[in-house]
Design a protein around this ligand. Structure first.
Ligand SMILES: Nc1ncnc2c1ncn2[C@@H]1O[C@H](COP(=O)(O)OP(=O)(O)O)[C@@H](O)[C@H]1O
Ligand SMILES: N[C@@H](CCC(=O)OP(=O)(O)O)C(=O)O
Length: 381
């Protein structure tokens, strides 16, 4: 497949970008919200806005800011305490952005999303139209996870992933991840002073995932979630840059095409919106173990998955749930929405489709997973 790979020129040509600012940076390493730094990022976003670039901001910092306001020294581990800290801190965040954008006569809108908002197709479409409307009205949406209502089971957890999903949603040209390092290094610079900056790479390069480590005490994701976010963003054709938010005018310089930070390029042609939505689903409820023939037709022809190619069914899932399709060695091949629940799937596994009626007493669909609801997964995912 020939597909032009966007590079830094995608930034200077970019009309729509998602900017994500991480916790470590926003709170100046735990010293409360860094209002002066927030003012500088807002000034840059306002400059881009004046040039006609649409910017959506994904801002972390609610929990870290709340901790400081409540006088807590360490990030709590109890969910209800995290929720409380986020509720207190989110107010401070909103206030700070609102005041700084008001200096530029730009309106902001607070959007708090949960995993469910993007995994339920109807809510996903609602979120999309609300965000589009705001962007069209030249309002800058400020997005964060709705930490006060999420539990561990259903959280994005890190805002890198949320930023990538927002970039997918809006089909942004670029995802700019601002953090407290200059970019992705070939080893964690906190532990290895000789680590070198990686200027550029392919979003799906497994070597990058291998060098990306965990985050600091305040944030959650570290570099590994940033590399994963780049891979997610690449699905809609967005380039990702990981760069230092401490570098003066970093956003405007990046959007001028200046070489800063780490640029991660998409290599595949963008997936269609529905497939992207499918691919972005994080919660997998069960697993179908495929035989070699099924693996081959899924990979090479993008065919529907028939029950005859399924060796084993694992987990508990219902019709419409997301399942992982793995080969017999356990390697992920595809993800898709099951046409049958786990019990039915167990009964028809290994059987040709014409026997489904005799086995179950009814036919829900000929395939176990229809190709429209199936996304073949690349090696590193
Ligand atoms: N290979 C790497 N290159 C750069 N930083 C890394 C790497 N591996 C791990 N890190 C760590 O990731 C941290 C940034 O992630 P995180 O603390 O989650 O920040 P943020 O809140 O900005 O998302 C850096 O401070 C750094 O110590
Ligand atoms: N939603 C959380 C952000 C989670 C978080 O810390 O994300 P990240 O900045 O990616 O490490 C908050 O506002 O505190």
């Amino acid at each position: 497949m020939s597909h032009e790979q966007p590079g830094r020129e995608a930034l200077s040509r970019g009309r729509r970008v998602v900017v994500k600012i991480g916790s470590a940076l926003l709170t100046n390493d735990g010293r409360g919200l860094d209002d002066v730094a927030i003012g500088r990022w807002v000034d840059q976003i306002a400059a881009l806005h004046r040039r006609g670039v649409e910017v959506v901001l994904v801002s972390s910092g609610a929990v870290a800011a709340g901790m400081l306001r409540l006088g807590w020294q360490a990030r709590p581990s109890e969910v209800h305490e995290l929720q409380a800290a986020a509720a207190v801190g989110q107010n401070g965040l909103t206030q700070s952005y609102e005041l700084h954008f008001a200096r530029h006569a730009i309106l902001t809108a607070q959007i708090l999303l949960t995993h469910d908002d993007l995994s339920n197709r109807k809510r996903y479409l609602n979120a999309l139209s609300a965000l589009r409307t705001l962007v069209d009205m030249r309002v800058v949406p400020v997005v964060n996870e709705n930490d006060t209502v999420v539990t561990d089971e259903i959280r994005f957890g890190d805002n890198d992933t949320l930023g990538a999903l927002v970039a997918n949603l809006l089909e942004a040209d670029a995802l700019l991840l601002l953090t407290d390092q200059e970019g992705l290094f070939d080893a964690d610079p906190r532990h290895d002073p000789s680590a070198k900056l990686i200027a550029e790479g392919r979003a799906d390069d497994p070597r990058l995932a291998a060098v990306a480590g965990d985050g600091g005490a305040l944030g959650r994701g570290g570099m590994s979630t940033k590399v994963r976010a780049a891979r997610l963003a690449a699905r809609s054709g967005a380039v990702t840059v990981i760069a230092s938010g401490r570098e003066p005018d970093i956003l405007t310089r990046l959007m001028d095409g200046e070489t800063q930070g780490t640029l991660l390029r998409p290599v595949q042609a963008p997936l269609a919106a529905r497939k992207r939505w499918l691919a972005g689903q994080l919660k997998v409820r069960g697993t179908l173990v495929l035989d070699a023939g099924a693996v081959k037709v899924l990979r090479e022809r993008g065919s529907s998955l028939l029950a005859v190619g399924v060796r084993r069914v694992q987990g508990t899932f219902r019709r419409g749930d997301m399942v992982a399709c793995v080969d017999e060695q356990g390697a992920l091949v595809a993800k898709g929405l099951a046409n049958y629940g786990a019990d039915e799937a167990r009964r028809i596994a290994g059987k040709p489709s014409h026997q489904i009626e005799a086995l179950l007493g009814y036919v829900e669909a000929r395939s176990l997973v229809h190709r429209d609801n199936l996304v073949v997964v690349r090696a590193a995912e």
